[in-house]
Design a protein around this ligand. Structure first.
Ligand code: GDP
Ligand code: MG
Length: 179
């Protein structure tokens, strides 16, 4: 998104969007990553547009501005403003609900329509703590990701499995794309 020189060092700020069907865990992935919080009763997100989280790559401070939908995905009305300037995306489904996995291609199409640059993309199968009611296999997730050229990871916002890793892989990939 931007890179500037300040006191001899470089600064990076990357916009990343989280997309996917309603209730797959988008807001909880973000709150787990940015604040290490999980909300078992979360309803549609109210208010918060994005959260900024920093990480260090090669001794440089890289800031990710991570956008969460405010529940518009229920009405299939995520606006182009949401996608504008995004250089990374997490496309999330719920491993216990196949319909959310079937929606992934639609989300990828929407992302392509609205993004003008190379976007680092990660397919995220969330709620992997719910193994007993799994509805989408790991292999299905992997093979979709391979065929679409996405990174892939199963996560749990509840027990924090792979959440940090998923975001950091995307951020590192963006960094590699621009540096
Ligand atoms: P969003 O609509 O995609 O933002 O989904 P939310 O983050 O609001 O989560 C929807 C519901 O799924 C909430 O009841 C969450 O507590 C629950 N949830 C989110 N992530 C997980 C997870 O990793 N495991 C489990 N078991 N539940 C989750
Ligand atoms: Mg939400």
């Amino acid at each position: 998104m931007s890179s500037s020189d300040e006191e001899g060092g470089e600064e990076y700020l990357f916009k990343i969007v989280i997309i996917g069907d309603s209730a797959v865990g988008k807001s909880n992935l973000l709150s787990r990553y940015a604040r290490n919080e999980f909300n078992p009763h979360s309803k549609a997100t109210i208010g918060v547009e994005f959260q900024t989280q920093s990480m260090d790559i090669d001794g440089k401070e890289v800031k990710a501005q991570i956008w969460d939908t405010a529940g518009q995905e229920r009405f299939r009305a995520v606006t182009s403003a949401y996608y504008r300037g995004a250089v990374g995306a997490l496309v999330v489904y719920d491993i216990t609900r196949r319909s959310t996995f079937d929606s992934v291609s639609r989300w990828l199409d929407e992302l392509k329509t609205h993004s003008d640059t190379t976007v680092a993309r990660m397919l995220v199968g969330n709620k992997c703590d719910l193994e007993s009611i799994r509805d989408v296999t790991v292999e299905e997730g992997k093979s979709l990701a391979e065929s679409e050229g996405l990174f892939f990871m199963e996560t749990s916002a509840l027990d924090a499995t792979n959440v940090k890793t998923a975001f950091e892989i995307v951020i590192k990939e963006i960094y590699n794309n621009v540096s």
